[in-house]
Ligand binder design. Sequence first.
Ligand SMILES: Nc1nc2c(c(=O)[nH]1)N[C@@H](CN(C=O)c1ccc(C(=O)N[C@@H](CCC(=O)O)C(=O)O)cc1)CN2
Ligand SMILES: NCC(=O)N[C@@H]1O[C@H](COP(=O)([O-])[O-])[C@@H](O)[C@H]1O
Length: 208
Amino acid sequence: MVLVSGSGTNLQALLDAAADDAFGAAVVAVGADRDGIEGLARAERAAVPTFVVRVGDHATRAAWDAALAARIAEYKPDLVVSAGFMKILGPSVLDAWPVVNTHPALLPAFPGAHAVHDALAYGVRVTGCTVHLVDAGVDTGPVIAQEAVAVRDEDDEGTLHERIKTVERRLLVDVVGRLAREGWHTRGRRVRFGRVAQPGDTTQEEHP
Ligand SMILES: Nc1nc2c(c(=O)[nH]1)N[C@@H](CN(C=O)c1ccc(C(=O)N[C@@H](CCC(=O)O)C(=O)O)cc1)CN2
Ligand SMILES: NCC(=O)N[C@@H]1O[C@H](COP(=O)([O-])[O-])[C@@H](O)[C@H]1O
């Protein structure tokens, strides 16, 4: 299950990877918080079921979260991937499934909806992308993988974000494939691939 809000190039990378059975995972559905986005069109071209749950169609954010969870539940996913999904998920979703998110910065630096803009404005020389487990906070969940991307003098938000996306599409595919094939467990804030856990670890089955 992949959640999108925009162009969906990370989704496309997952769709392309899932075409090979050796990847170990399939995209069972694509959900969005808005209509008319390229991410939904990418799913439709791949004959993957889609759905839209708009915040504005619900009286409260909690009601939206519950409605989103109900749609996700129809597809019985093992994992939910937030790939450019621009809404904060609530407990109805987070308490039901493990959620992985890709973020265009090296968390904990530059959390939120405008990470690339904020990194440029700050003047960092290195930024990058982070794939992390999602928790109730905003980009505060345990980090699974990160990769650095150098900032060039001539960069604007668009050029830097495109260069970050090139890295994050590869990172996201690698992480999602390994989670599916190898399983995972956590020790405090540290996420490790593999199902073998030691006393005190939290296995993936114990996660939502
Ligand atoms: N509970 C969580 N939900 C989500 C997380 C998360 O870390 N915890 N990550 C986001 C993706 N994301 C950053 O990677 C992110 C996206 C959007 C926002 C945000 O402030 N959204 C606003 C609305 C913005 C808009 O509609 O343009 C909001 O939800 O009110 C912060 C971080 C996926 N979900
Ligand atoms: N804070 C969330 C956030 O900024 N997410 C970012 O949105 C882009 C979506 O690209 P895509 O739609 O082409 O996959 C990605 O770079 C992702 O990291």
